[in-house]
Design a protein around this ligand. Structure first.
Ligand SMILES: [Zn+2]
Ligand SMILES: [Zn+2]
Length: 52
């Protein structure tokens, strides 16, 4: 019995390149992007950013 030697390198998991991630900036569904609610207060849904 001879040892089964192979020259193949151990396959290591290749880090896959991350796909471009689009910034999550969607016009807030609550204030419509104004950042203020109907009462003129800072939209709690987007914290006044207008995006959520
Ligand atoms: Zn929203
Ligand atoms: Zn909002």
């Amino acid at each position: 019995m001879r040892p089964d030697l192979t020259d193949e390198a151990i396959t290591s998991p290749v880090p896959q390149p991350l796909p471009p991630i689009a910034p999550k900036r969607w016009i807030c569904c609550h204030c419509g992007g104004a950042g203020l609610d109907s009462y003129g207060e800072i939209c709690l849904h987007c914290e006044g950013l207008g995006f959520c």
